[in-house]
Design a protein around this ligand. Structure first.
Ligand code: DGP
Length: 211
């Protein structure tokens, strides 16, 4: 990287099937094609020990109290923080499929208090931008049958969406909301335009923490 220039931490958030995985892949490909150092990540990372416990929970082979799975998701992010920090300081932009706000949205949708949900996320590196792909839960359900995982129910996704909406209005300074039901290429074009403005702007800013 050129002296002192860091990468950006860009997060995609939204309900299941809102298009995050497609859009994050398209953004990574675009940045690579422009020779911008970039790496894709996603949470949960199911490969670590903690990630394997999360996977057992999501695939319904293990039951855990809501509080315990919440803390495991947060711990899964914390176990990657040194690596995230190092990459960003090396000048690599990270495009991440889900982060802390999924942690808050999915657990608050179960009825846990939002402040309690936020607590273990405080201190994690703060995203430079959250791209929130928003679509009514009914639209997402009509994209085809939900899979077999624990949270893949339209009624629950509706509650998750409500929490995301609330977080989006509270964190408006770095959240960007997009209509997830528009064609993927239109969405991509809007995301690219914001990213192209963001990268030079944050390159000389210090990393911040979620507070
Ligand atoms: P994904 O691999 O992005 O499809 O995520 C798997 C499922 O886990 C999905 O339904 C969203 C949910 N999820 C992701 N992150 C968190 C989190 O931090 N906490 C909770 N409770 N659920 C999460």
């Amino acid at each position: 990287m050129s002296a002192g220039k860091r990468g950006a931490l860009i997060i995609f958030e939204g309900c299941d099937r809102s298009g995050k995985t497609t859009q994050s892949r398209l953004l990574v490909e675009l940045l690579k094609s422009k020779d911008i150092p970039v790496q894709a990540m996603n949470f949960p990372d199911r490969s670590s020990c903690i990630g394997q416990m999360i996977n057992s929970y999501l695939t319904n082979s293990k039951d855990l109290p809501d509080e315990v799975i919440h803390l495991l998701f947060a711990a899964n992010r914390w176990e990657h923080m040194n690596q995230v920090k190092q990459k960003l300081l090396e000048g690599v932009t990270l495009v991440v499929d889900r982060y802390s706000h999924s942690g808050v949205a999915y657990s608050a949708a179960k009825g846990l208090h939002i402040d309690w949900c936020y607590a273990p996320e405080r201190g994690l590196i703060k995203p430079d931008a959250v791209f929130y792909l928003r679509a009514p839960a009914n639209d997402l359900a009509s994209r085809g049958k939900y899979g077999e995982e624990r949270y893949e129910r339209a009624e629950f996704q509706g509650r998750v969406a409500q929490v995301f909406d609330r977080l989006c209005s509270q964190e408006a300074s770095y959240w960007h909301q997009f209509d997830a039901s528009q064609p993927a290429e239109d969405l991509h074009a809007q995301i690219v335009s914001i990213t192209e403005e963001l990268l030079p702007k944050v390159a000389t800013q210090p990393l911040d923490k979620l507070s």
